[in-house]
Design a protein around this ligand. Structure first.
Ligand code: ZN
Ligand code: ZN
Length: 286
């Protein structure tokens, strides 16, 4: 790695029905790749009928909290493990999510948009809907929802902020409608004073690109929006995935710190380059 590790705040457990590995296994994997801080953020319970197959049941929430706190004790002094959650933003579910978040102590809550109305646009089983939707309409509707998620005041981090591109559907590059919607999303994130997640998960998806696009990261830098890192690991082997690539993008965009969270308080942590062996020997010889 060219950069010293920063916290990886996005990882799941099998309770969401599409991830593998215990919290202990994620923590071991984190230590192996040199991380000092991670945060678990499994898919939260949502109201009855909402995307039930892809998340933990409300009855599993206590076991999730217990598993994370046990791991916090086991790894104390070696790895800082934060208690996080990835909740969905979906109009009409806000009061449920608000009550669930308030009922427990979190270090941070990620808010993610995975649905436009009833369409799970990032679900491989629903990819055919892309043939029905106009791509520009889909992007605009998505960014409006992400803007609303920031404005809801429920979340600390906006998850994978251009997930809509997951399968590679793209609006024309000069689509002013989409660029305007993107800008409104970023302004809403800025106004809400929440962090934007830079996620390596997109690199493992058909789009093969970091979430969000470098253009969005560069604009976030101009607006001085804080960013955090997430691998969105659904298996221990994905912990810290492509962190270096993401940190390199941040550096290129002029961002030199990432957000870290504790008890839903944000602090900024510098991104530091590692001093390479060659650099050391060069300076030693001069
Ligand atoms: Zn997931
Ligand atoms: Zn997600």
């Amino acid at each position: 790695m060219k950069f010293q590790a920063v916290p990886d705040y996005h990882m799941h457990t099998p309770r969401c029905n599409h991830a593998i590995g215990t919290v202990t296994e994620y923590a071991e994997a984190a230590l192996l790749v040199g991380l000092e801080e991670i945060g678990m953020s499994d898919h939260s319970p949502m109201p009855e009928g909402f995307d039930k197959a892809w998340r933990m049941d409300r009855s599993e929430l206590d076991a999730y909290l217990n598993e994370v706190s046990e791991a916090q004790n086991i790894f104390a002094g070696r790895l800082d493990i934060k208690m996080g959650l990835e909740a969905d933003f979906h109009p009409g579910t806000e009061s449920y999510v608000k009550e669930m978040i308030a009922a427990h102590d979190w270090d941070y809550v990620i808010g993610s948009v995975h649905y436009i109305d009833a369409w799970g646009f990032d679900n491989p089983d629903e990819v055919k809907q892309w043939e029905v939707w106009d791509v520009e309409d889909a992007y605009c509707a998505y960014y409006e929802l992400v803007a609303a998620s920031a404005g809801s005041g429920l979340f600390d981090i906006i998850g994978h902020p251009d997930l809509i591109k997951k399968f590679g559907h793209r609006p024309p590059l000069d689509s002013q409608r989409v660029l305007d919607a993107e800008e409104r999303m970023l302004v809403a994130v800025k106004k809400a004073d929440v962090a934007l997640e830079v996620s390596s998960a997109g690199l493992r998806k058909p789009v093969c690109e970091v979430y969000p696009h470098a253009r969005i990261i560069a604009r976030a830098a101009e607006l001085e929006i804080p960013v955090s890192f997430g691998s969105d690991a659904h298996a221990p082997g994905e912990v810290g995935h492509a962190m270096d690539v993401c940190l390199g993008m941040l550096e290129m965009c002029g961002i030199h710190e990432v957000a870290a969270f504790s008890g839903r308080e944000r602090r900024m942590q510098s991104i530091k380059r590692k001093t390479s062996v060659t650099q050391k020997s060069v300076s030693a010889g001069t």
